[in-house]
Design a protein around this ligand. Sequence first.
Ligand SMILES: CC(C)(COP(=O)(O)OP(=O)(O)OC[C@H]1O[C@@H](n2cnc3c(N)ncnc32)[C@H](O)[C@@H]1OP(=O)(O)O)[C@@H](O)C(=O)NCCC(=O)NCCS
Length: 144
Amino acid sequence: MAANLRQLTIDDYDAVINLWLGAGLPIKPKGRDSRPMMAKEMARDYCAYFGLYDDDLMVGVGIANYDGRRGWINRVAIDPDRRGERLARLIITACEEFLKGLGSVVNCALIEEINSPSISCFQNAGYHHEPVILYFTSRSSPDA
Ligand SMILES: CC(C)(COP(=O)(O)OP(=O)(O)OC[C@H]1O[C@@H](n2cnc3c(N)ncnc32)[C@H](O)[C@@H]1OP(=O)(O)O)[C@@H](O)C(=O)NCCC(=O)NCCS
């Protein structure tokens, strides 16, 4: 595989959305996954989208962002035809390097408890499950 990992721009928007959809991740096209919102997100110094390309085909994607206290790795997805090749690890490593450059000393990922491939993937990358934490949200709208 001629793997090519790079930071994405809004020009990669369609490929990112298609990869997320193909990977089975839900998207919020009227909210944070709209093109304008994603363009703003990508323009922030503390946020980076990384994409893994096999020639011209995007086969992996993930987002790193630093909140000033913790680093977060979000929305990692690998093309279903390319699972089990440890490709997500390449995305995670790119995110970690970006977050380290911003000064992050704690990196985190939120994973649904039924998502065993993702749990394995992050555990294999050295992440520890913190079972006492519950996830609470406040959304400006259901589409946000
Ligand atoms: C989670 C995900 C990114 C892992 O990507 P990956 O590159 O396949 O990761 P790995 O190769 O390290 O495999 C991780 C685990 O996936 C499972 N797996 C292995 N081969 C697989 C395959 N062909 N198909 C599905 N799952 C597979 C295994 O449980 C593996 O863990 P193990 O090696 O300890 O047995 C990928 O499964 C994916 O895109 N899932 C859908 C999107 C998603 O849920 N993202 C995470 C949001 S938190």
